[in-house]
Write a protein that binds this ligand. Structure first.
Ligand code: SAH
Length: 225
């Protein structure tokens, strides 16, 4: 059957399609209460949240941690597409975490945990630091700041997958941060989301991140690496 997913090369099972339907209904139902997304029209949610989130899924493996997951993007669509992954969703806002827990329960997703906290604090906790095969983030901060939030969570040999718009300038501006934090740019994949330009930036972790990173948030923001 032709649908928005097949147009982008994803052939989903009935079970996966119905999980996306349920997810859409939950977003719709809870949006007023939890203020999750400005995009509400169904075809827009499918394109700009669901398809956009799964386009980077081929780079995501094993245990992954999504920083600033918000309404669950990209983590929940990625988990629907690749149920074999283990997902940790982090968000600093209590309401967002409440919503995410509801989604996990209602969709019956397994091997997903939701943690309410700030990335730059959690990354200093030995339970999370350098423990993940992959970190992901979409629409959270500019790449130099985001790399400082995300790369400390990644194991050596793992990667950080950033979902970005037109990213050329951001990539250049993050060169120093990536190097200092022990990473290396691996790939950028550009794609066109029905007229919107999007880029998946893949940063490989090559060396351990110095213990001083991430710095406190005020410092990260005031003086990005
Ligand atoms: N990733 C989602 C949400 C983007 S909005 C999407 O693509 O739609 C940004 C989210 O990041 C918000 O929910 C905010 O609470 C969270 N956030 C921002 N800075 C954060 C930090 N340092 N640690 C954890 N969560 C953070």
């Amino acid at each position: 059957m032709e649908n928005i997913f097949t147009r982008f090369g994803f052939n989903l099972s009935e079970k996966q399609l119905s999980a996306f339907e349920n997810y859409y209904d939950l977003l719709n139902f809870y949006n007023a209460k939890f203020n999750i997304t400005a995009i509400t029209e169904k075809s827009e949610v499918y394109l700009k949240h669901f398809v956009d989130s799964i386009i980077g899924a081929k780079y995501i493996e094993g245990d992954f941690l999504d920083v600033g997951s918000g309404g669950g993007f990209p983590a929940i669509p990625v988990k629907i597409l690749k149920p074999e992954l283990n997902a940790t969703l982090v968000d600093a806002t209590g309401k967002k975490c409440e919503f995410l827990k509801e989604v996990v329960k209602e969709l019956g997703l397994t091997n997903v945990r939701v943690i309410c906290g700030r990335a730059e604090d959690l990354a200093h906790d030995g339970v999370y630091r350098e423990k993940f095969d992959c970190a992901t983030a979409r629409a959270v901060a500019a790449l130099p700041v985001l790399t400082e939030y995300c790369l400390p969570f990644v194991k050596i040999g793992g990667k950080f997958v950033a979902y970005k718009g037109g990213a050329e300038e951001e990539i250049l501006s993050a060169k120093n941060a990536v190097k200092i934090l022990g990473g290396k740019f691996e790939t950028n994949e550009k794609f066109d989301l029905s007229g919107n330009s999007r880029t998946i930036v893949v940063i490989k972790k090559e060396k351990a991140t110095d213990r001083i990173y991430p710095r406190p948030n005020a410092k990260i923001r005031k003086k990005p690496l």
